[in-house]
Write a protein that binds this ligand. Structure first.
Ligand SMILES: [Zn+2]
Length: 414
């Protein structure tokens, strides 16, 4: 059984900080299909359309009949753990610092035999669940997990290397006073976070629910943070930048309005200030510190979370400027992901449909409750995925965008 993770002790400032190293990165283009599945949290392999063979490792053609029609499909992830070994030596810098490391061979029910990282609770000869995870280099790896959940299984150091579990980590929620911000803070505390810093851009404003929340748990700490003000962001980074292990950017400027019926660009500018330039200011102030602490013990810096919108992918003309700001934020987050990947810090983008928030009061249901959005964020971190779609509307639009993006464009514009 996995030993429960021990709360990390206060760091000795004299000791050196372990610098980030990465597991091997190179993958063939075919193998990046696994990376896509891992990033979305699904288990898929290549299945031949002609002979039905499930193929691993991924290749350009079917290894059995040479057909070129190999498509990525969900397959049965169970298998038998036929042999394991525990590595106690490695020439690879990343693995050398994390030994011992258990690996093994799994004979999948779907056909192929695969080599996987093996969870310490898996018994040789027993049934295991295979799962695709992103490793610290952002590439897909196979983990064999016990068939059924075991106590503290997510605390296993080997699994924790592939996930971004909030347990014992410190979290900055950039707008802690919004309904979403408060819900995220609550969910992080429930998931075992050591501290949650709640950004507050309007300290003059009394919000009873916020005051009640802050008084409810000593792990919560209010910090002044206005993402439209570079000095404010820099000041906070100088003060707590070295403690932020997960940053959740909940700051959002949402207002109705298209383009033609306005005679000014003020709304668009305000939305860009918060949703785009705010993200950039936060990245410049907090990103480098998080990279430096990306391998710093069991409470290393692991994740950057952006709450975007499904309308980052397809504009909602009734909120034209806001949609454009979310699309721009998505583009920035891809750059940020590329820049943080070198240290192993993951960028997770969250794409909700309408959320039951202050500025969505006139949006007809279904709307996602902030608590539901927060739960999805915590689960995404625990699973270690890159993209999270929350709610029926987001899921439906995502599927339909793949099928016919022109149809979606026409319908959203009506
Ligand atoms: Zn085939």
């Amino acid at each position: 059984m996995t030993e429960p993770l021990v709360k990390p002790k206060k760091k000795n400032p004299v000791l050196r900080t372990r610098l980030a190293t990465l597991p091997p990165v190179p993958r063939s283009r075919s193998a990046l299909g696994l990376t896509r599945a891992a990033a979305e949290g699904v288990f898929e392999m290549q299945v031949c359309a002609d002979c039905g063979t499930v193929q691993y490792p991924p290749r350009e053609v079917c290894g059995s009949c040479l057909s070129e029609h190999v498509a990525w499909k969900p397959v049965d992830n169970r298998g038998e753990l036929i042999a394991t070994t525990t590595l106690r030596h490695s020439n690879d810098l990343y693995f050398r610092e994390r030994l011992p490391w258990r690996v093994g061979t799994v004979k999948m029910a779907a056909g192929p035999s695969v080599v996987a990282h093996v969870h310490e609770d898996c018994a040789e000869g027993g049934t295991v669940r295979l799962t695709l995870k992103l490793d610290r280099s952002g590439q897909a790896v196979l983990h064999a997990l016990p068939e059924k959940d075991t106590p503290n299984m997510n605390d296993a150091p080997q699994l924790r290397e592939s996930t971004c579990d909030p347990k014992f980590r410190r979290v900055l929620v950039t707008d802690g006073k919004s309904a979403t911000g408060m819900a995220v803070a609550r969910a992080m505390l429930e998931a075992g976070a050591n501290a949650v810093f709640l950004g507050d851009a309007s300290t003059w404003k009394t919000v009873p629910a916020f005051d009640k929340l802050v008084a409810s748990d000593p792990r919560l700490q209010v910090v002044e943070l206005d993402v439209t003000d570079t000095d404010s962001v820099d000041r906070l980074a100088a003060s707590i930048g070295g403690k932020v292990e997960i940053l959740v950017n909940t700051a959002d400027y949402l207002r109705d309005g298209g383009i033609l019926n306005r005679k000014d660009v003020n709304l668009a500018r305000d939305a860009m200030e918060v949703n785009v330039l705010g993200l950039m200011r936060l990245a410049q102030a907090f990103g480098p510190g998080m990279c430096f602490r990306a391998a710093d013990g069991s409470n290393n810096a692991v994740a950057w979370v952006n709450i975007l919108s499904i309308h980052a992918h397809a504009a909602l003309p009734a909120r034209g400027a806001w949609s454009a700001s979310k699309a721009a934020a998505l583009s920035l987050s891809q750059t940020l992901r590329a820049e943080l990947r070198g240290a192993g810090v993951r960028v997770m983008n969250v794409f909700p449909g309408p959320v039951d928030e202050e500025w969505e009061q006139l949006t007809p249901p279904p709307k996602i409750a902030p608590s539901g959005l927060a739960k999805a964020i915590v689960k995404g971190l625990q699973d270690g995925v890159e993209d999270v779609y929350v709610g029926d509307i987001a899921e439906e639009l995502r599927t339909r965008l793949r099928e016919n993006h022109k149809a979606v464009e026409r319908e959203l514009g009506q």
